[in-house]
Design a protein around this ligand. Sequence first.
Ligand code: HEC
Ligand code: HEC
Length: 302
Amino acid sequence: MSGFWSGWVKFLVVLNLGITFLLFILALRIKIPTRADGTTGHVWAHGVLREGVRKLPRWWIVFSALTFVVGVAYLALYPGFGGFKGLLDWTSTQELERDADANDARFQAAIEPLRPLSIEQIAADPRSAAIGHRLYLDNCAACHGSEARGNQALGAPDLADRDWLYGGDSAALLASISDGRNGVMPPWGSALGRDGVNEVASYVLSLSGVDAPQDWVAAGKLRFEMMCASCHGADGRGNPALGAPNLTDNVWLYGGDFSSVAASIREGRSGVMPAWRSRLSEDEMRAIAAWVVAQGHHAAGS
Ligand code: HEC
Ligand code: HEC
């Protein structure tokens, strides 16, 4: 706060407190002229109502005096009187830091016992996996959903099924989380043309057992072998090294109706999973991976 504003605030505080204190003292001292009958002599409603005089109750006086004492004490101890920092040197930043440190210490105490355990062991213990659940909700649920069922609008995969782009063992999960992933499916619209996209989309859907026109499927199969098999495999079962999804299981990142599949092929897709290495500790990432593994166990019914 600049010297001028500090002085201005001090001036206003003194002025306000001074005026209210003066009024308070005046109210105690002032004598209201009183008639012999104990009224002020003011009369309303043809003499039916007469204005009496009451002294201020003692509790009110004590209470008001106390508010002045508390107000002045507050200004002496805490920031508020212009640029004066207060005798206690209290700041909201310090208080926040203290609380954050205390929180950190509690969290470390909770997560440290997990360090010697494997991700599978953490997953098997519901109380430990619960720590991962909290972290998951804070960091991952926005994209993958609170139940980890994914979000087709973002291309964020379901993490609770047994279907994985990059692999579902604990090492692959940890790698996905710490380094991020970015599967790139190039656009094929201009290379294939409209008919070509329809044919190959029909073939892709037929791999999942969805009915599609036979001649489109046959033409699409030829194109698939030429253009798509290098990433998705000759049988369409995908390639975890590239994050190319399995196209035969009727599980879809971006939707499995004809127009969504055709759009994936025509325009390409590029789902981005951010890297968490710089934002989460190793312990935290392991706890989250364990919670994800536990979801797979629930899905498998074990
Ligand atoms: C900004 C949205 C976003 C956030 C936040 C996010 N993810 Fe992802 N995640 C994605 C996308 C999109 C993919 C798919 C990447 C691809 O297509 O290559 C993905 C992929 C994954 C995969 C690979 C899945 C597979 O099938 O192999 C895992 C595991 C994963 N995320 C876990 C997490 C965890 C755990 C968190 C929280 C720490 C998280 N994600 C936060 C968007 C997100
Ligand atoms: C360079 C490797 C590559 C080639 C070639 C490729 N794809 Fe892909 N494809 C991918 C990757 C990687 C993804 C996942 C994109 C993502 O994670 O966002 C994908 C996603 C898809 C999807 C979306 C799947 C879903 O679950 O929603 C479809 C459909 C698809 N590809 C079909 C094809 C077809 C048909 C061709 C050939 C015309 C083809 N791909 C060629 C790598 C490739």
